[in-house]
Design a binder for this molecule. Sequence first.
Ligand SMILES: [Zn+2]
Ligand SMILES: [Zn+2]
Length: 289
Amino acid sequence: MSDISDDHHLIIPEFSVRFWGVRGSTPAPGPHTVQYGGNTPCVEIRAGGRVILIDCGSGIRAFGRSMYMAPGNQLDLLMSHYHWDHVQGFPFFGPAYHAENKIQVYGPPVSTGGSIEDVFKNQMVPPYFPVPMDIMKAEMHFDEVKPNDQFQIGPVDILAKQLNHSDITLGYRITWKGISVAYVSDTEHIAGKLDSNVLALAEGADVLIYDAMYTDKEYLDPKAPKAGWGHSTWQEGLKIAEHANVGRFVSFHHDPIHNDRFLRQVEKEMQLQNANACVAYEGLVIGLM
Ligand SMILES: [Zn+2]
Ligand SMILES: [Zn+2]
C-alpha cells in the first residue's frame, strides 16, 4: 500500500480509491460536517484502466463535474442497493447527459420486481423531477448481479455477496493484480459471530470500506437501540478487519447526526485499537499501486 492524499493534482495511481460521498441515510451539509463531508455514498475506484463507481448518492454530482470536460468515457457503476441515499445523485450526474459517454450499471435484483432501469427512471418523474431520464443521452446498460456472482469489468475481477440489510443489498470485492478493495455498505453485523459473506469479501483485502454508522454504545443504547436498523458499528468492523487480515479499515456511511468533532473522536478511539484504521472523508484518496 502506498500513500494517502487528498491533493487532487497528484499523478493518479494505477489503482486508487477515492471517496466522493461518505454519509449515510441523507445528505448532511453544514458548518459541522465540512471536515468529513455531507454527501451520500459514492466511491470511485480506478484499476486496470477502468473507472468503477460504487453507488450514486449525492457525491456522484461532484465526481461528474470532475470529468465533465472529458467525453467518451466508459464508466461502470456498481449498485449496492437502491435505497434513496444510494441512488439520489444520479439525476445530477452530468456525464449521463452526454451522448459520447457509456455507462454500464450493475445492481442486485429489485425487491419489488421490475427492472433496474425503472428504479433509475422512476425517480425522474413528476412531481419529483422536472425532466425524464430519456433526456440523458449517454449509452446506458443495466445488468442484474446476483449474490455470489463473479464477473469482470475489463481486467478487473468483481465478486458480489449478499449483505444483511433491509433490502436486497450486495457488497463487492474488486480485485486487480492481486490487490483487493472490499465495499461493505449497508450491512448489519450478526450478534455473536462474524458474517461469513462479509469475511469472504474482506479476506486479505488491502482496503475494507465498512458500514460503521453507529458506535457500539449507540447500537446497544437501551433507551434507543439501533439493532435491526440494518447498519453496523466500527467496533464490529474492526473485528472483521482483524480476523480477515485487512490492510486498511475505512469506516463509512456516517450517521448524519455525527458531526466533525464526533468523527474525530471516533477516529482517535479506532486508531488506539488499529493504527491502520481511518474515518472516510470526502476527497480521501487511497493509492494502492
Ligand atoms: Zn445507505
Ligand atoms: Zn440502505
